[in-house]
Design a protein around this ligand. Sequence first.
Ligand SMILES: C[S@@+](CC[C@H](N)C(=O)[O-])C[C@H]1O[C@@H](n2cnc3c(N)ncnc32)[C@H](O)[C@@H]1O
Length: 316
Amino acid sequence: MPGCRRQRLPAQAGRRGQAGVDDARVAARLSDRPIVYSPELENIEVELFVQALQRRHGYDFSQYAPASLKRRVQQLAEQLECKTVSGLIERVMHEPLLLPSVLEGLTVPASDMFRDPPMFRALLEKVFPLLACYPQINIWLAGCAHGQEVYSLAILLEEAELYERSKIFATDLSEYALQQAREGIYSTREAQQWSRNYHASGGSRSLADYYSARYKLLKIDQRLQRHVTFAAHNLAADGVFCEAHLILCRNVLIYFSNPLQDRALSLFRDSLVRGGFLCLGLRESLDYASSAEDFSPFDEPMRIYRLSGQPDHLKP
Ligand SMILES: C[S@@+](CC[C@H](N)C(=O)[O-])C[C@H]1O[C@@H](n2cnc3c(N)ncnc32)[C@H](O)[C@@H]1O
């Protein structure tokens, strides 16, 4: 029938067969209906939402920590003005352009330049001198969000005179986050705090040497991208990424269930060279890793671990 669209008529109207009920009146009556919410219902909806996202777009969130995932799905439904999570499912199914906002909402791409300065200082003072013996240094930064951590690392490598022989592979699940990371444009709002973090991390110049500011935005100097490759990689689904001497995956595992943390940590173990370093977020650990015994603590408070075994180049 030309112009015929799927329409949910109220049951009464359907039974009485009221012909000619116009869309506006139907919509008004539907919006008057009380909606039932309950935690159990919402659990079902969140499960269906996760299935819908996976089947429609291929992103699998089924192994994320359930309580925080549910909270983020609910927040997303609210932000997108959906009355229920079921409403969000409908939008995710039929509005592909919504996907970047959905991924942003679910993955929390929050970051900072030189986040946790004592950790960056430990890298600079304790880890970099050991990496300096490699002719080429491969670094995998998993879950790079909008790139602040990538540029922080690049700056410290540059100041330690290691950048020229480094390759940084910066990955994230979200293409949208990667796009922001490639652009390297941030608000100047946090510049002062970032500058303090930079100095607390052992930075020896001025942070302003590494960006140009215009109006309320700062753009990271392109030369810091010379040895950076941005790529999509999903820790829940993809395999080993590169032969790395250093892996940073900070503030990502915290969103995962224990089995998914275990998967990611096994991936890191298999991607590191012997004697390679792994840095986790300060609230993360190897507690749920079946690979835990392959690592030894290098700087436990800073969550820096080292893969056991002698580096190949030091073997007799
Ligand atoms: C809170 S940010 C952490 C950013 C940065 N590492 C830091 O510590 O400041 C978490 C990032 O992990 C990414 N992420 C979440 N799930 C992921 C997955 N399965 N695979 C790869 N990245 C993922 C998100 O897209 C987000 O950008």
